[in-house]
Ligand binder design. Structure first.
Ligand code: UDP
Length: 320
């Protein structure tokens, strides 16, 4: 199979490329390196079944040719990371909306199966824990930059599902919950790489807010297995799936575990959200996926627990 991965030099996209190369397939990556990195795919460059193009998904002729060449498409290219979103909302909205429009239009011309990566951010301030795919999305006010990300990805979801309903383009939408592992950068705000780097450098660990907010961290290897299975599964077409771990943990607990696993002497400092992001920033107190739908279709169960994930990230940053 020939697989096109937009955002294939990014954190999740590059692990997805690894999985298809390991399976014996041919991989085409399209990435503009805006948040991705050539280092993430450097180890694949010598592989004859691996091809990459450094360009934007909004370069329509380049995109069209790659879509034509490939059998299936993963659209992973997006502006991600709360810090980046808050600092660059125009870039976030335009990248996410225009990029997905371009990919879906190109895929539709050739009727190629396409998976669109969305995010658990779309659940926003919903308190209906665990979040189900058919639950309400509760977005905050439009003067709070954070919500532009959720809204841009929600539009991507509507568009992908509309292409299936109206034009019979085989689309799949996934909502990725906090995904972590080697190669994730802390540059755009993600908590685990940020705290691990701080602990290894002996700098204070920055916990935002009270640290009592919780997340479920899924291992990138488990998430990639789910993505590959969904692409193979006819029954996933025209549907929407949460992908994530159900191990709920507070950010305080994450910080403590990182200190213990790195034997770091760093202290924990509490940074108010206003200072960490922007005035009036809203965080979600809990974010937990309901993954029963994914479990029923592909038998998904995350295998990697948080300590193992943290060790893999610590190992990655200890070596780099
Ligand atoms: N966070 C933190 N310290 C940091 C970065 C993030 O305490 O240096 C918090 C952040 O406010 C959020 C949680 O960790 O409550 C997860 O943040 P991340 O950006 O990784 O993902 P999010 O769940 O916000 O998309």
């Amino acid at each position: 199979m020939k697989v096109l991965i937009t955002g294939g030099a990014g954190f999740i996209g590059s692990h997805l490329a690894d999985a298809y190369i390991a399976r014996g397939d041919e991989v085409y990556v399209l990435d503009d390196l805006s948040t991705g990195s050539i280092e993430n795919i450097a180890h694949l460059k010598s592989e004859s079944r691996f091809h990459y193009t450094i360009d934007s998904v909004q370069n329509i002729p380049v995109l069209a040719e790659l879509v034509d060449t490939c059998d299936v498409i993963f659209h992973m290219a997006a502006a991600v990371g709360v810090k980046l979103i808050v600092e660059s909302p125009v870039r976030t909205i335009e990248t996410n909306v225009r990029g997905t429009e371009a990919v879906l239009a190109a895929a539709n011309k050739k009727k190629k199966r396409v998976l669109i990566a969305s995010t658990s951010e779309v659940y926003g301030l919903s308190t209906e824990i665990p979040f189900r795919e058919d639950g309400n999305l509760v977005l905050g006010a439009t003067n709070k930059g954070r919500w532009s990300y959720a809204c841009s990805k929600a539009i991507d979801e509507f568009l992908a599902l509309a292409y299936w309903r109206e034009k019979k383009l085989p689309t799949i939408v996934v909502r990725l919950f906090n995904t972590v592992g080697p190669r994730q950068t802390g540059q755009y705000g993600m908590v685990i790489p940020t705290l691990v780097k701080q602990a290894l450098a002996g700098r204070p660990l920055t916990v935002y807010g009270t640290g009592k907010q919780t997340r479920c961290f899924g291992y990138v290897g488990d998430v990639v297995k789910a993505l590959v299975s969904l692409m193979d599964q006819e029954g996933a077409t025209g549907d929407l799936f949460n992908i994530g771990s159900s191990e709920e943990v507070s950010i305080n607990d994450v910080a403590q575990r990182i200190l213990a696993l790195t034997s770091s002497q760093s202290e924990i400092v509490y940074v108010p959200y206003d200072e960490a992001y922007e005035h009036g920033f809203e965080d979600m107190p809990r974010r937990v996926p309901d993954t029963r739908k994914l479990q029923a279709l592909i038998g998904f169960a995350p295998k990697t627990n948080l300590d193992t994930i943290l060790k893999s990230v610590i190992d990655h940053y200890s070596r780099s």
